[in-house]
Write a protein that binds this ligand. Structure first.
Ligand code: HEC
Length: 133
């Protein structure tokens, strides 16, 4: 009886270990993939890889849609002026967030269903540069 029990435990143990190793390896693979994908999205957020066509669309959107409140030349209207001098003290991150989330209790709407974070960041950078003249 004792022998029989021992045989079972001996037989089972290696299997459990290989199983544990497999699970572990899979977990590390998953973590690596997650890390790599989050790294690549950070990189693209920094480099703003937008096609020329999309940049053109966004450029027109800022002139027309944002311009309807902020003024065609972004000198201000219902919305505050958005020229480089006006945004001097504001960070790219802050402007990006304002574009994505809007300003609660003001006329500034959120644009997160129309532009991606990367695109909002691109717009913020262009605003800081005064690219929408
Ligand atoms: C319906 C009108 C309206 C539209 C359209 C609009 N905005 Fe605004 N926006 C405002 C108002 C009003 C404010 C000022 C909010 C406040 O009082 O804080 C504002 C504030 C901002 C600010 C913050 C400026 C600062 O000095 O802090 C940014 C940046 C901005 N808008 C960008 C945009 C962009 C980019 C678009 C187009 C994608 C856009 N807005 C479209 C009304 C609008």
């Amino acid at each position: 009886m004792m022998m029989f029990q021992k045989a079972i435990t001996l037989k089972k143990t290696p299997k459990m270990i290989t199983y544990a190793i497999k699970v572990n390896a899979f977990m590390w693979l998953a973590i690596t993939i997650l890390l790599l994908s989050s790294m690549s999205s950070t990189v693209s957020a920094q480099t703003n890889k937008l096609t020329a066509e999309r940049q053109h669309e966004l450029y027109n959107m800022v002139r027309q849609d944002c311009g309807s409140c902020h003024g065609m030349t972004l000198k201000g209207g219902l919305g505050s002026p958005l020229l480089p001098d006006d945004l001097k003290s504001k960070s790219i991150d802050f402007i990006t967030l304002t574009i994505l989330k809007g300003r609660p209790n003001t006329a500034m709407p959120p644009w997160n269903e129309i532009v991606t974070r990367n695109e909002a960041r691109w717009i913020a950078q262009q605003l800081k540069k005064g690219a929408f003249k």
